[in-house]
Design a protein around this ligand. Sequence first.
Ligand SMILES: Cc1cc2nc3c(=O)[nH]c(=O)nc-3n(C[C@H](O)[C@H](O)[C@H](O)COP(=O)(O)O)c2cc1C
Length: 216
Amino acid sequence: MHVLIINGSPRVKEYSNTDKIIARFTEGLAENGTTFEQYEISDRKQWDTIRDAFYKNTDIIIALPLYVECIPGLLMEFLETLTPKTDGTRLSFILQSGFAEGIQLRCGETYLEKLASYLGCTYMGTLVKGDNFGIRFVGAETREKITGQYMQMGCEYARNGGFTSEECRKFTGPEIFPAPVRLLVGLMFRTAAKKNFIKVAKEWGCTKPLDYRPYQ
Ligand SMILES: Cc1cc2nc3c(=O)[nH]c(=O)nc-3n(C[C@H](O)[C@H](O)[C@H](O)COP(=O)(O)O)c2cc1C
């Protein structure tokens, strides 16, 4: 099998968490002899090539980060330039996000199922997983812990041609955290994480407080 993989993140390849996920995922694909070609939506110069590849290929994965509960605007802009297919193309999605609970990706997942039919493709499932905020900030060992799990899913895809298996469903992890964990995470965001956000903002040259509301 040969798969077209489109990275739908608006972040350039070097800084894209989705790219790091794809890198490990495709190692799993390769184990079963599946080949692939990959393109980035963030690089507008590639859009003509991606469109050609979309029309030419019949096994396609769009890998995307959740941006404000749904799909990134730049990806949407690209998708609107496509004409629906009629050749029985199988379309799957890798949907990943910052926050860990599966439940907050479900709305996006439902949309992606509809999107496959808008594009004239057969929907082959979505691999849903959060907890990926840190990929580009953490050291090599922690990054490997986060992204390494996707290699197994690459093997699953190569075996089944989609993400419809029970293994893929389980990959999401907890749908919702238990109440004590939710309280703890809330507390962490108001204290340690907030301190860290402020530090990162300062390093990036931000001079206003993070809750600054100039238009209020
Ligand atoms: C503008 C923006 C909106 C985001 N919205 C969400 C969100 O609604 N839920 C979530 O869990 N993560 C959200 N995230 C986090 C990203 O999904 C996460 O960091 C992802 O790994 C980024 O992948 P990328 O680097 O390939 O773009 C958002 C990130 C950005 C920059």
